[in-house]
Design a protein around this ligand. Sequence first.
Ligand SMILES: Nc1ncnc2c1ncn2[C@@H]1O[C@H](COP(=O)(O)OP(=O)(O)OP(=O)(O)O)[C@@H](O)[C@H]1O
Ligand SMILES: O=P(O)(O)OC[C@H]1O[C@H](OP(=O)(O)OP(=O)(O)O)[C@H](O)[C@@H]1O
Ligand SMILES: [Mg+2]
Length: 292
Amino acid sequence: MSNPLIMLGLPKGSLEESTISLFGRAGWKISKSSRSYKPSIDDPELDGRFVRAQEISRYVELGFFDCGLTGYDWIIENNSDVVEVCDLIYSKATALKSRWVLCVKEDSEIKSVEDLNGKRVATELVNFTKRYLQEKGVNAEVEFSWGATEVKVPDLVDAIADITETGSSIKANNLRIIDTMLYTNTKLIANKTAWENPEKRRKIESIAMLLQAALSAASKVGLKMNLPKSSLNRIIGALPALRTPTISQLSDPAWVAVETIVDEKTVREIIPTLKENGAEGIVEYSLNKVVP
Ligand SMILES: Nc1ncnc2c1ncn2[C@@H]1O[C@H](COP(=O)(O)OP(=O)(O)OP(=O)(O)O)[C@@H](O)[C@H]1O
Ligand SMILES: O=P(O)(O)OC[C@H]1O[C@H](OP(=O)(O)OP(=O)(O)O)[C@H](O)[C@@H]1O
Ligand SMILES: [Mg+2]
């Protein structure tokens, strides 16, 4: 590739597939063969590498990457001095935040974080967990785990600190959460020097805008319909989601066309209310990008 403007750090592992899919919806096709960590991106200004999410913030700080995507958890764990450009709220399986929790076996006598005094805790997030327990005044031994951490309680350790997204791993391993240490989500981060370079910054900002636009579109839909003018105020009063619709006059002076964007999860309440108030020709459509 000839001299790309931006070297981008992409997370291999949990966030890999959801990140490739998000870039696709934002307008960039990232292709990679299964054993290659050097993807091709259909933008001559971008080059990228897949590395573990744990390491991205360090390589962004050092300047190997101009910007990258990783979890807030690993930025904190590595204490990385980087620019946090924007939040991108998605995880492995959902469009939600994840959280790091302290867990014990369902039937354990340990009920709260204070009960961990003198106990052993296994985690992948050692530095943060040590700091967290210290701040709570709890003196526990924190040991590093390479993964599959759930299996270690109660035989190897008394508790674990692990990430949870859907909660299915906790349930499957009969664990009980005793405390939430940290909420985390994916972030776009930038190297401080790259951020001071106007040309690079402009590109990083447009990547941020389009990724956010694609994420925001995923939870929203467009709605359009025709309405009798007489019920317009009543409907807008009853449906806060329709606060700022575009209203156009139809050739029949008694009718208007209304178009708006709403959260997808509100649609099942909105459409019946619209219908009850005389709306006709209601169309719901999906969106690719929403830029505020
Ligand atoms: N369900 C999830 N499980 C684990 N990590 C998740 C999940 N959803 C989002 N993440 C984020 O992904 C990053 C962890 O990914 P990483 O590639 O480092 O480890 P991993 O995918 O757990 O690797 P491995 O599959 O080898 O355990 C973290 O920033 C974490 O917050
Ligand atoms: O709440 P859930 O949706 O079940 O997700 C959380 C699980 O996902 C991660 O495991 P991962 O796949 O990274 O395997 P690992 O334990 O080997 O790291 C994490 O360590 C939990 O085990
Ligand atoms: Mg893992």
